[in-house]
Every structure is written in C-alpha cells, then in structure tokens.
Design a protein around this ligand. Structure first.
Ligand code: ADE
Length: 234
C-alpha cells in the first residue's frame, strides 16, 4: 500500500474517476461498474475497481480542496501508475450564461492555492486539461444533448468567500465557475506524464444564490458520470 491508499499493486486500474465525496465513489462503483471491489477504506476515503463495458475502471474519493486531492492523486500516479484521471465534481457558477445543472469541462484552472507557488516560485504555471480527453468528453456530451460549457475555472481554497469582488473579477476574465481541486489535478498529471480532465456539474450559482434541488443534482450527476466513464474508455 501507499501511505494513504490501502491497495496492493495492480488493484487500481489505469483509468480512474475522482469524485471529492468518498460516498459518491461508492455510489458510482455500485451503480455504474460491474463486479466492483473496494480496495481502500483508509480514513473512509473509499476506492473501488470494477469494469465499465468490459474495461477496468477505478473510482477514488479525493476529499475536498487542494491538499487532500494532492495526496491521493500523487499516490495514484507515483505508486499505482494511473494514466487517465477524470475528476467528477461540483462547482459554483460565476457567469450569467452558466446555469445550475449545466456541465462544465474545465480546460484550464487558475488557483488561489499555494502548491504552484512552492513548485515554481515567481513563475505563474498554467494548469491545463488533456486535449484528447477534453475533445472526447465534448463529443460525448454533445451526442447526449447535455448542456455543456468548455472553459477555465478557478480552483479556490475558500469555499466561504468574503464578498463577491474577487469572483466578479475572475468572471470578467472569462472564468466560468469556482471549485476546489482541478488546478492540482492538472499539475500533478503533467508532472507524471498522465492525462487529466475535470468534469463539473454546477451545483449553485454563487452570484445569484440559486441552488439545485437534490433531485436535479442526482440527474446532472448521473449525466456527468456517464460522460466521464465513456471518455475514460474511448
Ligand atoms: N463547489 C461547489 N460550489 C462551490 C462554491 N460555491 N465554491 C467553491 N467550490 C464549490
């Protein structure tokens, strides 16, 4: 096992979905994967491997925020040789054309978080999704008729922001939404020569205060997971 993941070598597939919530990992494994087996229960951060349409796929909870996803994704890349990583998460919209329940494919992720300052000093690194995954996910979403946006997001460390001035400035510069993990996922994937993408459902509109109902969240979550699984195996 690695420091935080209790799997033996070979128990984690090369293709992996990454929800923040470990109970969502369990739900995805039980609902979408055939023959899924739990490989991790350490700290309740569940991880499963099964098959989707015959192809081995894993799903691992990452927790919330950059430090948490950094630990899990680093170990998946360094210790288990994972190659294709797709975050399936939620985000808060900050532009008017983005509605709750829409799906966002994050092409790039700016960040308020510290790791890239530690890695690069004064240089401002641009965490970017893998183009092939992005193109494939876009094709699949269009085929399914999903309301989709492609663009940049902000990976923030503060869920409870103090006022909206920062959010309005980020929106003015084209960012579609705020979330809390993608910049670190894209950076680590680049470091280890792997492919990463973030697919995000809009759970709330930060500037209008609109929120999705539990039923709406469930439906857009299913759509997002189907897009992610089809992308992972294509
Ligand atoms: N994820 C979902 N909604 C969010 C928000 N408003 N801020 C940061 N991350 C989020």
């Amino acid at each position: 096992m690695s420091t935080h993941i209790g799997a033996k070598p070979g128990e984690i597939a090369e293709r992996i979905l990454l929800p923040g919530d470990p109970l969502r990992a369990k739900y995805i494994a039980n609902t979408f994967l055939e023959g899924s087996v739990c490989y991790n229960e350490v700290r309740g951060m569940f991880g499963y491997t099964g098959r989707y349409k015959g192809v081995p796929v894993s799903v691992q909870g990452t927790g919330m925020g950059v430090p948490s996803i950094s630990i899990y994704v680093h170990e998946l890349l360094a210790d288990y040789g994972v190659k294709t990583l797709i975050r399936v998460g939620t985000c808060g919209a900050i532009r008017p054309e983005v509605r709750v329940r829409d799906v966002i494919l994050a092409m790039s992720a700016s960040t308020t978080s510290a790791p890239n300052r530690l890695r690069f000093g004064h240089v401002q690194y641009a965490p970017t999704a893998n183009f092939d995954l992005l193109r494939t996910a876009h094709e699949i979403a269009r085929e399914k008729g999903t309301s989709i946006h492609v663009g940049s997001v902000m990976t923030t460390d503060l869920f409870y922001a103090d006022g909206t001035a920062d959010l309005e400035r980020w929106a003015k510069f084209g960012m579609l939404a705020v979330e809390m993990e993608s910049a670190e996922l894209f950076t680590l994937a680049a470091q280890f020569g792997a492919r990463a993408l973030s697919i995000l459902t809009v759970s709330d509109h930060v500037l209008t205060g609109e929120e999705t109902s539990a039923e709406e969240r469930e439906r857009s979550f299913r759509e997002m997971v189907e897009i992610a699984l089809e992308t992972a195996i294509r």
